[in-house]
Design a protein around this ligand. Structure first.
Ligand code: PEP
Ligand code: MG
Length: 328
């Protein structure tokens, strides 16, 4: 099975009816890039930069320096041999604590995490932004921002990026003036107020792990409620298809980089919603590609519409079974 799949490494992910689907990899450290390349990823869709910060913080001065971060981002870019690398700015807090002892919030998933934390630590954030920008002089880098919900947070983030650019201009250091900036769509409020994001940003990436957590109000790391974590809840399906649909209509690229993108159970569902970009753990990539090669969007789309119209879980399950059974 593994061997059969490995023959697909260089095969482009094209559906039976000729639709090209971009398959990218999620990584946590620069050292993961070779595995991404080896799996045939066309780029990095999510570099979770917080892993370079975790376990060493506690005090801001112990964060990786600008040069150290710059070297890591550049190294990733070089390892990907010209393919695009999407670097997500620091997404700490909740399930990814900087320092176990320092987590004091009662509800950390609802607390000062991700972009909220970054905007409260402007020097730390500017350091990371300058490092990412400097790396962008060496190849295609995209900048992805986690956990945005408010228009003013997007605006504040964009103005920090502009500030970092200005600092580099003053230092006469090179960077990509046109670096694309995108948002993770992982808070229901963001999914429900998408025009605010489309207007301000260059691309969107749906974080299904958090989107499901916040939509269903279940802590993603609490085993006691794990059975309530349901990607097929009609509310989750509505938000997913709404974001993908609005993105397509507006001509802004939308990807999914949460665990759903790497699980073949959901490949046809996402394809039928119109998704054209998936980012996942490198180990999942070839199985997802296999599923795509055996899918026909002309058959999937009407069946997924049926799943989306279903109002009862039993009807969703039945519709999903029919979707899986389609042969092209
Ligand atoms: C997500 O929330 O789906 C996601 C991709 O980000 P993380 O799992 O790192 O929160
Ligand atoms: Mg997330």
């Amino acid at each position: 099975e593994r061997k059969k799949l490995s023959r697909l490494k260089k095969t482009p992910a094209i559906t039976q009816d000729g639709g090209y689907i971009a398959l990218l990899a999620n990584i946590e450290l620069p050292g993961d890039a070779p595995a991404a390349l080896d799996a045939g990823a066309v780029g990095i869709g999510l570099f979770r930069s917080e892993f370079m910060f975790m376990g060493r913080a506690g005090h801001l001065e112990r964060f990786p320096s600008e040069d150290e971060q710059f070297e890591s981002y550049k190294k990733t870019l070089v390892a990907m041999k010209g393919r695009p690398v999407t670097i997500r700015t620091l997404d700490v807090g909740a399930d990814k604590p900087l320092d176990e002892d320092e987590q004091t919030a009662l509800n950390p998933a609802l607390g000062l995490r991700a972009i909220r934390y970054c905007l409260s630590e402007p020097q730390m954030f500017l350091t990371q932004l300058r490092a990412i920008l400097r790396a962008s002089a060496y190849g295609p880098i995209k900048l992805l921002v986690p956990m945005l919900a408010h228009a003013f947070e997007i605006d504040q983030t964009l103005s920090m990026i502009e500030q970092a650019k200005q600092q580099l201009r003053e230092r006469k250091q090179k960077f990509d003036e046109e670096i694309p900036v995108g948002a993770m769509i992982e808070i229901p409020a963001a999914a429900l107020a998408l025009p605010m994001f489309i207007k301000r940003l260059d691309f969107l990436s749906i974080g299904t792990n958090d989107l499901i957590q916040y939509t269903l109000a279940i802590d993603r790391v609490d085993h006691e409620v794990a059975h309530l974590y349901d990607p097929l809840h009609p509310a989750v399906l509505f938000l997913l298809s709404s974001v993908i649909g609005q993105g397509r209509k507006a001509g802004i690229p939308v990807s999914v980089c949460g665990e759903m993108a790497g699980d073949t159970k959901w490949t046809r569902l996402l394809l039928g919603m119109g998704l054209q970009e998936f980012s996942m753990h490198p180990a999942q990539l070839l199985s997802v590609k296999y599923e795509i090669l055996n899918s026909d969007l002309r058959l999937l789309e009407p069946q997924v519409k049926k799943v989306l119209r279903a109002t009862e879980p039993a009807a969703v399950t039945a519709g999903m079974a029919q979707l899986q059974a389609l042969v092209s």
